[in-house]
Design a protein around this ligand. Structure first.
Ligand code: 13P
Length: 250
C-alpha cells in the first residue's frame, strides 16, 4: 500500500509554468487545447502564462476547470514599482494562484527567502494561493547540503499566513530544471518526506515536484509518496505532452 499517498489524500495539482514563452495566438491555442483535454480529468490544473497574456488566457479558461496562475508578484499592492505586478491586480484579473520563489527569480533577480516570504504573505492577504518553490543547486547537492538548504528555505520563505489551503510547495532541484536530468525517485521521496516532516503545523500541505517532468516520467514521479502534483516547465508548452502528464495523475 502506498502510505504516503493515502496519508495525504489530496487532489493532485498539475501546474504549467510557461515561463517567458508564447505569443498571444499560440497562448490561446494552447490554453484552448488544455481546457478541452482537461474536461475528462480529475486533477486540479493551473496554467501560469507570462503576465501580459494573463487576460487573454483567462478568457480561454472561462467556464472551464482550469485555473489561472501568475509566475510572480510584488509584495505591495500599489506604488512606484516599474515593471512589477501586484497581488491585488492578479486577483482582480482572475488569478487563483501565483508562483513565488522560483529558482529563476532567485538566480536572475536576486530574490532571497525573506523577500519570497513577503511576496507570499501579500498574495495570501488578497486571497491568492501560492505555489512556493524551493530547491537546492547542483553544488549544494554534491556538497551533501540538500536537506540543510531545504530546511533553511522552509524556515525563512514560508510566512505565518500560510495554510494548507492557500499554499502549495514545489520542490524543484535547480539542476533538474530545463536540463532533462530528473531527480532520482529515491531522492524525490527523501526530500518530499523531509519537507512533510518539517512542517507539522502544515500537515497535509501539497508538495509538487518540478524539474524535467514529461509525460514519459510523470507516472512514476506522481506515484512517489508525498508527491501531490507536478510543476511543469518545458513540457507544459505542448498541449499533448502537458495533458499526458495530467493523465498520469489519474
Ligand atoms: P522544466 O520542466 O522545463 O524542467 O522546468 C521546471 C520548472 O522550472 C517549472 O517551474
Amino acid at each position: 500500500m502506498n502510505m504516503g499517498k493515502n496519508l495525504t489524500k489530496s487532489i493532485p495539482l498539475i501546474a504549467g509554468n510557461w515561463k517567458m514563452n508564447m505569443l498571444s495566438a499560440g497562448a490561446k491555442q494552447l490554453a484552448g487545447a488544455v481546457v478541452k483535454g482537461a474536461e475528462r480529468l480529475h486533477s486540479e490544473i493551473v496554467l501560469c502564462p507570462p503576465s501580459p497574456l494573463l487576460g487573454e488566457v483567462r478568457t480561454c479558461l472561462e467556464h472551464s476547470k482550469v485555473a489561472l496562475g501568475a509566475q510572480d508578484c510584488h509584495f505591495q499592492n500599489e506604488g512606484a514599482f516599474t515593471g512589477d505586478t501586484s497581488p491585488a491586480l492578479l486577483k482582480d484579473i482572475g488569478c487563483t494562484y501565483t508562483i513565488v520563489g522560483h529558482s529563476e527569480r532567485r538566480a536572475y533577480h536576486q530574490e532571497d527567502d525573506t523577500l519570497i516570504a513577503k511576496k507570499a504573505a501579500a498574495a495570501h492577504a488578497v486571497g491568492l494561493s501560492t505555489i512556493l518553490c524551493i530547491g537546492e543547486t547542483e553544488k549544494e547537492r554534491s556538497d551533501g547540503k540538500t536537506l540543510h538548504v531545504i530546511a533553511s528555505q522552509l524556515e525563512k520563505a514560508i510566512p505565518a499566513s500560510t495554510t494548507v489551503k492557500n499554499c502549495v510547495l514545489a520542490y524543484e532541484p535547480v539542476w533538474a530544471i530545463g536540463t532533462g536530468k530528473v531527480a532520482g525517485i529515491a531522492d524525490i521521496a527523501e526530500v518530499h518526506a523531509f519537507i512533510a516532516a518539517k512542517l507539522p503545523r502544515l500537515s497535509g500541505i501539497r508538495i509538487l515536484y518540478g524539474g524535467s517532468v514529461k509525460a514519459a516520467n510523470a507516472k512514476e514521479i506522481l506515484a512517489t509518496p508525498h508527491v501531490n502534483g507536478v510543476l511543469v516547465g518545458g513540457a507544459s508548452l505542448k498541449a499533448e505532452e502537458f495533458l499526458g502528464i495530467a493523465e498520469a495523475a489519474e
